[in-house]
Design a protein around this ligand. Structure first.
Ligand code: SAH
Length: 352
């Protein structure tokens, strides 16, 4: 099977898929994400959303959407920060796009104070108002395909059952296959042994979402670990209890992710008619949104232990040796929406 079929089943098989059966986050789980590290992350993104809403003229109704919300922590922090503007909370209807029944239950508990809708794909999003969309570590969980350059050109990497035992192992497909056409043509001279990755399933989701935003107006923000293309290198990885394990080891028992090619995503969003920001680092983005000021405010009412935790969470989120540089941010918007805070140069505002 293709790497994409393997990854899709390992993560999303209704009975055995990794996300379908468990809550994998936190110290006792397999990995930790930015919203689980500090409330500051979601609060700043919540204010970013409020700002987008104000800049679109504060419409009476807007859909606040999150793709792949995990435990629901990011949305809870966004909504808490948004309380500063009750008119926004009145206008905002929350929709979570989630495939896992187990995680939907966790989200329901985290967000019990709020009125929430769920849907399982972007196609099912409501169509009657602008969309403000967030996704943290969403695209890294969407299946990718991998190719290897050989003496006879690009060949797809497949996952097969080994000849001697039942162990799964990567093999090369006999021919190149039609998906080869999706590989960046600039890679045609890649050295033998080079791995290339494509993410057609992510591009499909991005395209469907982009068409909705182009029609309904709005903006979207994606944070993930990744790079600006070309997409060479093997970025597929599996994590179990915070440690790397082989990708094919006990499928369904570890988190499998791939780095996101932001250049390719940007192209999909642009081709569907949206304006896409350059890629920013998470560190630069959170600092532009005022994480230092938020940390100082929280420190004012913190115990000595809490103060230590706040300072170390801030460092972990923004420093180069934490998540600040590896994690990247891209924002996309309807062309009528003004440039996005923290991601694009701001146009001059009228004096108040
Ligand atoms: N955003 C959260 C969780 C990231 S993990 C955080 O930052 O903590 C990835 C999330 O995406 C999980 O909630 C997983 O169930 C969900 N997910 C993965 N593939 C999906 C798909 N195709 N459709 C909808 N949700 C998906």
């Amino acid at each position: 099977m293709t790497v994409a079929d393997f990854m899709g089943a390992a993560l999303g098989h209704p009975e055995y898929g990794y996300y379908m059966t468990r809550d994998p986050f936190g110290v006792d789980g397999d990995f930790t994400t930015a919203p689980e590290i500090s409330q500051m992350f979601g609060e700043l993104i919540g204010l970013w959303m409020v700002n987008c809403w104000q800049e679109m003229g504060a419409p009476d109704r807007v859909h606040l959407v999150e793709l792949g919300p995990g435990r629901g922590t990011l949305m809870a922090d966004m909504l808490r920060a948004a309380k500063r503007l009750p008119a926004f909370l009145d206008a905002a209807k929350v929709t979570l796009v989630e495939m896992s029944p187990t995680l939907s239950t966790v989200q329901e508990r985290t967000l019990e104070e709020h009125d929430i809708n769920w849907c399982s794909s972007v196609d099912a999003l409501p169509s009657d108002a602008p969309l403000l969309v967030a996704g943290n570590e969403f695209f890294d969980a969407i299946p990718i395909r991998q190719f290897r350059m050989t003496e006879s050109g690009w060949r797809e990497i497949l996952i097969a059952i080994g000849p001697e035992n039942d162990d799964l192992q990567p093999v090369l497909a006999p021919g190149s296959g039609p998906a080869i056409a999706l590989i960046d043509p600039s890679l045609s001279n890649a050295a033998i042994g080079t791995t290339a990755e494509i993410a057609p399933a992510s591009w499909d989701i991005a395209d469907r979402l982009a068409r909705r935003i182009a029609e309904q107006r709005g903006a979207a923000l994606f944070i993930d670990y990744g790079y600006d293309g070309p997409a060479t290198g093997d970025t597929l990885q599996a994590l179990r209890k915070h440690k790397p394990v082989p990708v094919t080891y006990e499928p369904g028992q570890s988190d499998i992710t791939a780095h996101v090619d932001f250049t390719a995503l940007r192209r999909v969003f642009s081709e569907a008619g949206l304006n896409a920001s350059p890629t920013a680092t998470q560190g630069a983005f959170l600092q532009a949104l005022g994480i230092d000021m938020r940390a100082r405010t929280l420190l004012q009412s913190a115990s000595p232990q809490q103060a230590k935790d706040i300072a170390s969470a801030r460092d972990r989120l923004i420093r180069d040796d934490g998540m600040g540089k590896l994690f990247k941010v891209i924002g996309v918007r309807h062309p009528d929406q003004p440039p996005l805070a923290g991601l694009e140069p701001q146009t001059d505002r009228d004096p108040i």
